[in-house]
Design a protein around this ligand. Structure first.
Ligand SMILES: Nc1ncnc2c1ncn2[C@@H]1O[C@H](COP(=O)(O)OP(=O)(O)O)[C@@H](O)[C@H]1O
Ligand SMILES: [Mg+2]
Length: 265
């Protein structure tokens, strides 16, 4: 069964895009068919895979607002076993243009219907806001939301608003939507602060925080400028190994759930 996850946190710079790219790459490397959906007008996932966003002529903007199928927007990376629905700056207009569209929150869900079954994982990268682009992602995210949280001061700030939004979407747009897991990112083992944040987040989201913690690692921030995921750019770096563990944990939990045994996020 296809798993469809949205990566959301209205705070910018917490590791949403980095997690989508690298988790996607490791899921693909372990033989899963992966579709990455870029719903951020900044198109960082798109450029992280080596695309110049200004070269993208047809993007998720067209998918949301025009009679364009996902197949027409898709780009496949044979070598990495990944497929991308790219974004470009035009997507910024969608936030406003969607307002008067019928079933405006369901546009992405509808667009994915024809293709989602071709994949094992659909990972949707959200913009840093709770507007209509994120609502489209949350509505399409049948299997839940992954929340990257930066191990920094005020890590929990804004998360109650995010959880409220998820609950609203669960009530009105996507029954059963829930937090699938919290990903701790940019952990710095040298600081007490990072350790404190891990404790706080685990207390706030009991049983929902992934065991694999993503360290702060310069390789992860360099990789996008080479248009490569970390498993290509620096697979043995601490960041690479951490995302590899995270991918294995996600697969393991998803399998446990599919087999009906109890699982913990
Ligand atoms: N674990 C990490 N270690 C070092 N730099 C990171 C890490 N995760 C993300 N970054 C960098 O931090 C910045 C913000 O990350 P990004 O994934 O783009 O966040 P978001 O998508 O939530 O805005 C980027 O420059 C990215 O390369
Ligand atoms: Mg991003």
């Amino acid at each position: 069964m296809t798993k469809i996850y949205a990566f959301a946190n209205q705070k910018g710079g917490v590791g949403k895009t980095t997690s989508v790219i690298n988790l996607g790459a490791y899921l693909a490397a372990s033989g899963r068919k992966v579709l990455v959906v870029d719903m951020d007008p900044q198109a960082n996932a798109t450029s992280g895979f080596g695309f110049r966003k200004d070269d993208i002529r047809i993007s998720t903007y067209n998918l949301l607002l025009e009679q364009v199928t996902a197949n027409m927007v898709m780009v496949t990376y044979e070598a990495w076993g990944l497929t991308l629905l790219p974004a470009n700056p035009a997507l910024a207009g969608a936030e406003v243009e969607l307002v008067n569209v019928i079933a405006r929150e369901y546009r992405l869900k509808a667009a994915l219907e024809s293709v989602a079954n071709d994949f094992d994982y659909v990972l949707i990268d959200c913009p840093p806001s709770l507007g209509l682009l994120t609502l489209n992602a949350l509505t399409a995210a049948r299997d839940g939301v992954l929340i990257p949280v930066q191990c920094e001061y005020l890590a929990l700030e804004g998360l109650s608003q995010l959880v409220q939004t998820i609950q609203l979407v669960a009530r009105h747009l996507n029954a059963g939507l829930r937090v699938r897991g919290v990903i701790l990112t940019m952990y710095d083992a040298r600081t007490n602060l990072s350790r404190q944040v891990v404790e706080e987040v685990r207390a706030h989201f009991p049983g929902q925080v992934f065991r694999a913690i993503i360290p702060r690692n310069v390789r992860l921030s360099e990789a996008p400028s080479f248009g490569q995921p970390i498993n290509q750019y620096a697979p043995t770096s601490p960041g690479g190994l951490a995302y590899q563990l995270l991918a294995a944990e996600l697969i393991k939990n998803d399998n446990a759930k599919a087999n009906g045994s109890g699982q913990k996020g």
